[in-house]
Design a protein around this ligand. Structure first.
Ligand SMILES: [Zn+2]
Length: 202
């Protein structure tokens, strides 16, 4: 099939289409908009994109994102945060959703993924030892499991509850107000704040 656009433009459009929610028409609109930008703007934009893997790294302690050039992670600062409360999530993106609610002031712990044995995502990669270490180090008294309301979220919550049962801590899970099958990423702040206040012991 003959391509209607010059090759470089087609390639750009195909990259833009990889972004969530961007179809062909939107990708074309973005590409034509970029063609109107000043060369300096384009090069600054390109530089930010190409430097992402170098500039943004994962905090070794909590798994949240941080800039490579700063030593301390914003979310691990126990001077300003309540270290007795630990919120466990499955994506660094979800940390920002919880932060936006302003309803949680504790520490975060991001696990690599939710359990899904069929997809080869097993319990060993949850690194329970790292969670246990943080419970002991910070004197954690409460754990909030902030997982998607899906089968994988349920499985992971049950597994963690079982594994962490030797510790005398309260373990709750976001529940109230969250539609079944929903991703935290798409939940508005108000609903998420209600879910946080209405968390249920698991
Ligand atoms: Zn951290």
């Amino acid at each position: 099939m003959q391509c209607k656009y010059p090759e470089s433009l087609s390639v750009l459009i195909s990259y833009l289409k990889k972004l969530p929610g961007v179809g062909t028409r939107t990708a074309e609109r973005f590409a034509f908009e970029l063609l109107r930008w000043q060369p300096e703007q384009l090069s600054a934009f390109g530089l930010q994109i190409s430097a992402l893997p170098h500039n943004i790294i994962t905090c070794q302690t909590c798994g949240c994102l941080k800039n490579q050039n700063v030593s301390a992670c914003n979310f691990c600062n126990t001077t300003f945060r309540d270290s007795s409360s630990l919120c466990i999530l499955s994506s660094p993106r979800d940390v920002y959703s919880i932060e936006e609610t302003r309803a949680f002031k504790g520490l975060y712990h991001v696990i690599e993924h939710l359990l899904s044995p069929l997809d080869g995502r097993h319990a060993t990669s949850l690194r329970i030892d790292r969670i246990a270490q943080r419970i002991e180090q910070n004197g954690v008294k409460e754990i909030i499991l902030a997982f998607d309301s899906t089968l994988e979220g349920d499985t992971t919550a049950l597994y963690l509850k079982e594994q962490l049962s030797p510790y005398s801590i309260s373990i709750s899970r976001l529940a109230f107000g969250l539609p079944v099958g929903s991703s935290l990423e798409y939940i508005d702040g108000g609903t998420l704040a209600r879910a946080l206040f209405g968390r249920q012991t698991v």
